[in-house]
Structure formats: C-alpha cells, structure tokens
Design a protein around this ligand. Structure first.
Ligand code: 5GP
Length: 145
C-alpha cells in the first residue's frame, strides 16, 4: 500500500513554517522541541523533525537517528530541570495508533513518584507558565542536561 501523503496544513507543519506560534525549548537544523499547549504534566515537551514525516514508519532512518538523539537530550534536560523522578516517552502512529497531529512527534513527559498524568481535558496552559518551564528546560540543556 503506498504511504499516505504528508498533509502540509497540519498544525506542526504550520508551526515549523512560523505560521503559528509555539514556546520553543530547542531548535536545530533538523529538529524543533516545544511545549505541548495542552500538557499532561508540567514540562510536557514535543520533539519533532523538520523533515515532513507523518509517522515513525515513513521517516528516513538518518533523520530518525538525529531526532531520537535530541529526544534523549530533551528527556535528560526535562528530568534535571524539573527534578523529576522519571520520564515517560510517548510516540503514536496514525489515528488507529492514537496519533492526532499527522507530523511525527515524540512526547517527553516528566514524572514524579505517585503523581498521575493530568487527564485529557483540552485545557491549555497559560503562555507565561509554558514560557517559564521552557526557560528552565533550555537552561538545563545549556549546561548539558
Ligand atoms: P498526538 O495524539 O498526535 O500524539 O498528540 C498531539 C499533541 O499535540 C497533543 O498532546 C496536543 O496537546 C498537542 N497540540 C495540539 N495542538 C497544538 C498546538 O497548536 N500547539 C502545541 N504546542 N501543541 C499542540
């Protein structure tokens, strides 16, 4: 079966083009990391490739290798900056796999002992809250995470 075409109008494509704002944590030539606008935990970061890939299954292996290294860097920085006990990584493929935005992304979620993830309510966090968290995480990245 041929791969489904990449949808240039998806939200993350629009963020990558600068058509929509985001709270950036890290940007490289190949990768963008930014705060999830409806976080399931304080410090919930999304890490995406700049390459127009729908899912983990269709990205080229070289771009995936670059991406996963940045996921690890972000996970380390999130854990350090927010003094987390652990980190949960989510990655969903296609609607049947739980994916809503059709641009490949990894979720990085800091976790604390005995603290549940927030339920999915669709509530957005205030920009100033996301900015403060992004600055903390970027600070940890700058010192090696
Ligand atoms: P998925 O279910 O596709 O893995 O998750 C998509 C994620 O993108 C969700 O966690 C959702 O909160 C987040 N999201 C959706 N729209 C936006 C947006 O406009 N900006 C940001 N920063 N995150 C978004």
């Amino acid at each position: 079966m041929p791969a489904q075409a990449y949808d240039e109008t998806n939200i993350f494509a629009r963020i990558l083009r600068g058509d929509l704002p985001c709270t950036k944590v890290l940007e490289t030539d190949a990768v963008l990391a930014f705060m999830d606008i409806m976080p399931r935990a304080d410090g919930h970061v999304l890490v995406i490739p700049k390459a127009p890939a729908r899912t983990l299954l269709d990205i080229d292996p070289g771009s995936l290798a670059t991406l996963i290294v940045e996921v690890q860097r972000i996970a380390r920085a999130v854990k350090q900056a927010l003094v987390a006990d652990g980190v949960t990584i989510w990655q969903f493929n296609e609607p049947a796999g739980g994916q809503e935005v059709p641009h490949l992304h990894f979720h990085v979620l800091p976790r604390w002992n005995n603290v549940e993830l927030r339920p999915r309510t669709g509530a957005t966090d205030k920009p100033e809250v996301l900015i403060a968290l992004a600055e903390k995480i970027a600070g940890a990245l700058a010192t090696g995470g």
